[in-house]
Design a protein around this ligand. Sequence first.
Ligand SMILES: [Zn+2]
Length: 172
Amino acid sequence: MMFRTHILFALFFYLLFLKVFSLNISLIFAAVLVFGSILPDIDSPGSFVNRKYLLGVGKTVALFSNHRGFFHSIFGIMIFAVITLLIVYFFKFSFIYILALSLGYFLHLTADSLTKSGINWFWKSGNIKGKITTGSIFEQLFFVALLLATLYLVIGNQGLQQVSAFVSKIKP
Ligand SMILES: [Zn+2]
């Protein structure tokens, strides 16, 4: 999956979660979640996360791990959960951000499981795959569907009612 699909996938489930449990949005939680959702591609040298954020750290990781190898498994989630635990403990941030990062990471793996090559959830085993080819027209359609669903969650029923009220006013 492309990085923008991963970001949207994570945001969609976050907004859905907020709606279901009637919670308020936390922008920091959302930012950490989004970062977690692009982090697994640290094992791909040309990925967005490596080009934009990690300044060569990921390129070194990519030398030791195949793309969609170790870091695309639950062991990748565990390693980054421990790293995040150390960071939040050291800087006295809220422990909730461990959940945010792990959830974003998990949603990345879930989205990659919808692609044709899929991922091995247990590194060497537990392959789950779907029907989408990364970057194909199907991924673009998936992205657009996700975008509409996310916009719907943002604007909600109220927004739709306002739009229809507005449209009915401008009609002669
Ligand atoms: Zn990936």
